[in-house]
Design a protein around this ligand. Structure first.
Ligand code: AMP
Length: 507
């Protein structure tokens, strides 16, 4: 296969929103595609659509940074399907969209189905968690468009069922997320199976140096579209933080749901087991909820989303598998029961509410151990998150996070090593307190002549086992040290479970 020229340096970048066309009719789409637009009920193009559609129609490669919920799915599907031919029987696909999660694939397919109804194209979805046979049958029958997650696509390529040699348009959706989830080798293998002269459209929440470095060889002289800026949270979302102790989180969540309403709420947590445990507690408290994370089958995940959309369950408890891209309208508010360790994930989580100009709000519970993750988020957004004003009467626990009211998002934070040490110490202090509580409880039971309950098993420190002993003398807030910001920026996830356990991190 011929080597592609790869460059991103000297290519045009579209950033200004004010000079972009404001009517779909002015973007160069054909009449049948405009009919699909009317069918979807879109009155005017979003900025990412106005900037990308003419470039895609001109056959140019595109690298677009677009905040979640900006209309990027239609930005790549409308113009690509507009100019796409039709595969012969048993041939194709002519267009391939690769996306990181099954939910995103289902959502893309939904938009594609509306457009295909007008353009006459056929679409097939290839995702894991469901049977291979219908997917094989659809491929052998022939199709114009394939929407796939990387793992299942590679399987079907390896088994000889999927042939990408006719792909004219390749879309890499949520490219930054695919890198985070360790899909870079899969992405490269998939791209290598497509013709060198294809058109490549790369959509990513951000075009960070990391994304650019890893993907620049996949695109050819692309137009860059940069509408959203890193760390931009929708203006229609009010954000609050609830400083709290670890032990008080679960009860406080129930209290918040009782006060603020337990309908159309998404609760984000760290890790799959935690999501299941939180669901059990909520159900005990009489709150209808459903978990959604990487350990759930495709059917269970789709079912949870459907029941939530239909209002059968009021609360979804999710890991970051749901944070990006999934379009659930009218989410009343988002609760981050755990602060995400990647600040970008925060932007995506809270982006589930306040979509398409609606009003929404988000509440983030933060413990002393999560302080730096919170400060990272504030730094990324360039603003502080105000304290939740309706916390009166909610039990916050004894050892809650103390936030400096005079902090500024530009404050220097401790570097990676220092911060790990501080977080470990805080974690061990908490474990020591828990052990003390359990011991006191056992003593009281013994006094009353009851057998002692088994002690809570010792939890390992989150990120290090070096500091074996709790050090109560270090309970005061640590002094923040001036260290290089690059250290902080290199601080990546410590919780691979955040991604539903899919592959490993690549950075
Ligand atoms: P996406 O960023 O593709 O996930 O889209 C987010 C939401 O915006 C979806 O509910 C779309 O239906 C909606 N949307 C996309 N384009 C437009 C548009 N031009 N006008 C109004 N809503 C749109």
């Amino acid at each position: 296969m011929a080597k592609r020229r790869s460059t991103t340096a000297s290519t045009p970048t579209i950033t200004a929103e004010k000079d972009l066309p404001t009517r779909f009719e002015d973007l160069g789409l054909s009449e049948r595609t405009l009919a699909a637009v009317r069918d979807m009920g879109y009155a005017a193009p979003t900025p990412v659509q106005a900037a990308s559609i003419p470039a895609v129609l001109a056959g140019t490669d595109v690298m677009a940074a677009a905040q979640t919920g900006t209309g990027k799915t239609a930005a790549f599907l409308l113009p690509s399907l507009d100019r796409l031919g039709h595969a012969r029987h048993g041939q194709g696909p002519l267009m391939l969209v690769v996306t990181p999660t099954r939910e995103l694939a289902a959502q893309i397919e939904e938009v594609a189905a509306t457009i295909c109804a007008h353009t006459g194209h056929t679409a097939t979805v290839l995702v894991g968690g469901v049977s291979y046979e219908p997917q094989r049958a659809a491929l052998h029958k022939g199709c114009d468009l394939v929407v796939a997650t990387p793992g299942r696509l590679i399987d079907l390529i390896n088994s000889g069922d999927c042939n990408l040699s006719q792909v004219e348009t390749l879309v890499l959706d949520e490219a930054d997320r695919m890198l985070d989830m360790g899909f870079l080798p899969d992405m490269r293998r998939i791209v290598a199976k497509t013709p060198a002269n294809r058109q490549t459209l790369l959509f990513s929440a951000t075009l960070s140096d990391d994304v650019l470095d890893n993907t620049k060889s996949l695109v050819n002289n692309p137009v860059r579209v940069e509408i959203a800026h890193k760390g931009t949270a929708a203006e229609t979302i009010d954000q609050f933080v609830l400083p709290i102790s670890h032990e008080a989180k679960n009860d406080a969540l129930i209290e918040v749901l009782r006060r603020e309403g337990a309908e159309r709420v998404i609760v984000f947590v760290r890790g799959k087991h935690r999501a299941d445990a939180v669901c059990r507690r909520l159900r005990k408290a009489g709150i209808e909820c459903a978990p959604i994370h990487g350990n759930r089958s495709q059917n269970q995940r789709a079912n949870a989303l459907r029941r939530f959309a239909d209002g059968e369950v009021g609360v979804l408890v999710a890991t970051d598998v749901l944070a990006r891209g999934i379009d659930i309208p009218n989410v009343a508010y988002v609760v981050n029961l755990d602060v995400p360790s990647d600040a970008e994930d925060y932007i995506h989580r809270i982006g589930r509410t306040g979509r398409a100009g609606e009003f929404g709000w988000a509440l983030t519970f933060a413990t002393p151990e999560e302080e730096f993750d919170l400060l990272d988020i504030e730094h990324l957004m360039g603003k502080n998150i105000p304290v939740y004003p309706r916390a009166q009467g909610i039990v916050l626990g004894d050892n809650l996070l103390v936030l400096d009211p005079n902090r500024t998002p530009a404050d220097m934070l401790p570097g990676k090593k220092e911060r790990k040490k501080i977080v470990d110490e805080r974690h061990e202090e908490r474990m020591a307190r828990t052990a003390e509580i359990v011991a006191n409880r056992s003593q009281r039971r013994a006094k009353r002549g009851r057998p002692a309950k088994s002690a809570i098993p010792a939890e390992k420190p989150k990120s290090s086992r070096r500091n074996k002993k709790a050090n109560p003398a270090r309970r005061s807030q640590p002094k923040q040290q001036a260290v290089g910001r690059s250290d902080r920026q290199r601080q990546r996830r410590r919780h691979p479970g955040d991604h539903g356990g899919v592959a490993s991190r690549v950075r």
